[in-house]
Design a protein. Structure first.
Length: 109
């Protein structure tokens, strides 16, 4: 029996099942999603976790405080460097989060 023989009996896959199949192919068989924006080599669980990540509450509060004080010109040089590092961290996290969400979208397509 070949795959062609099975085709008429196959049922459409649910979105969840499509994601499982694509993840399996990517991890076990080395099949790559042709889109360089996709994150590869991660499980669905890892992609979902990444797609929902954010700065810690403490980092968010600290950044908000530094941003407020910066708008009033009240930051020391060390605080400006700290703010820059927090903004960079938030930017990188946002990019990873977006790529994870995009990858999940592509796997479900």
């Amino acid at each position: 029996m070949s795959v062609t023989d099975l085709l008429p009996t196959l049922q459409p896959l649910s979105r969840e099942d499509k994601m499982k199949v694509m993840t399996f192919l990517g991890q076990e068989l080395g099949v790559q999603v042709d889109d360089q924006r996709c994150l590869t080599g991660l499980s669905l669980k890892e992609l979902r976790a990444l797609s929902e990540c954010r700065l810690t509450g403490m980092d968010q509060d600290r950044m908000a405080d530094l941003l407020d004080r910066n708008s009033n010109g009240q930051l020391s040089i060390e605080e400006k460097l700290e703010l820059e590092a927090l903004v960079d961290q938030a930017d990188q996290l946002s990019l990873l989060k977006t790529r994870a969400q995009y990858t999940l979208y592509r796997l479900a397509a």
